[in-house]
Design a protein around this ligand. Structure first.
Ligand SMILES: NC(=O)c1ccc[n+]([C@@H]2O[C@H](COP(=O)([O-])OP(=O)(O)OC[C@H]3O[C@@H](n4cnc5c(N)ncnc54)[C@H](OP(=O)(O)O)[C@@H]3O)[C@@H](O)[C@H]2O)c1
Length: 239
């Protein structure tokens, strides 16, 4: 079988890195993209054999250049995992217009840009796209401290489902994976909040490896009939 070519944006740390390692362990040829974590990127160079690229995925020119580089180097792209999406936690009274714009740009606009750039490559390979939401989107529930973040992720869910629908006739699948609370070395402080942990029905936070296992499945041939879903990997927590 031909080695799959995978691009993981936000892949030098956190959940993206866990997915990258899981897919590399399966024999995929994994590329990573990052924005500003230069030291971490350097650390990943050897592990991913130079396939580490700097690109701000909220900038259309940088996104186009990134996908052109992958296309030139590999001639194909089979899987795009978009693990970018900034977070802000505050009540509405303390959420600024700049916070709202940042949530939209980082979570929604970036996905639209990478999906657009990846489309021809994914059509050619009949590949798959995976983006990251947050548990509980389906309920459209009020959020105590994460309205701007959850609103952006809700828009992202509509985008991913629409992309899945439009691309299905071309053999391309698109899904959302929605983690609950998953601490890692660079996670936001809320991921370590005991009060949050206490509300998780399975009684513990998740691990990046558990998220990566679900991501592996959604991007694999085992999930060839799965598209347009939002899979919560959250220990039963729905925010
Ligand atoms: N961890 C959790 O508990 C949790 C829960 C629910 C949902 N999620 C979602 O899961 C995804 C991954 O989460 P995470 O915890 O791994 O996040 P993270 O630690 O913040 O990592 C995100 C990565 O995205 C990169 N990035 C951010 N903006 C970028 C941009 N404009 N261009 C290129 N790269 C950019 C960052 O790279 P640089 O450092 O180089 O800037 C960073 O390495 C996110 O969408 C997040 O919202 C996470």
């Amino acid at each position: 079988m031909t080695e799959r070519v995978v691009l993981i944006t936000g892949g030098v740390r956190g959940l993206g890195l866990a997915v990258a390692r899981r897919m590399a362990a399966d024999g995929d040829r994994v590329h990573l993209a990052y924005r500003s974590s230069h030291d971490l990127a350097r650390e990943r160079e050897a592990e991913f054999e130079g396939r580490v690229h700097r690109a701000d995925v909220t900038d259309q020119d940088e996104v186009r250049a990134l996908f052109a580089r992958i296309a030139e180097r590999e001639g194909r792209l089979d899987v795009l995992v978009h693990a970018v999406g900034e977070y802000v936690a505050a009540p509405l009274t303390e959420t600024s217009p700049a916070d709202w714009r940042r949530m939209w740009s980082s979570n929604v606009e970036s996905t639209v840009l990478v999906a657009d750039a990846a489309r021809p490559l994914l059509r050619a390979s009949r590949g798959a796209l995976l983006a990251f939401g947050v548990a509980g989107l389906e309920g459209l529930a009020a959020r105590r401290r994460t309205a701007a973040y959850a609103a952006a992720k809700s828009a992202l869910l509509v985008f991913v489902r629409s992309f899945a629908r439009e691309e299905a006739p071309h053999g391309v699948r698109a899904n959302l994976l929605s983690p609950g609370v998953v601490p890692h070395d660079h996670a936001a402080a809320d991921a370590f909040d005991e009060a949050l942990r206490a509300r998780i029905p399975l009684g513990r936070t998740g691990t990046p490896e558990e998220v990566a296992e679900a991501a592996r499945f959604l991007c694999s041939d085992e999930a060839r009939y799965v598209t347009g879903v939002d899979l919560a990997v959250a220990g039963g927590w729905l925010a």
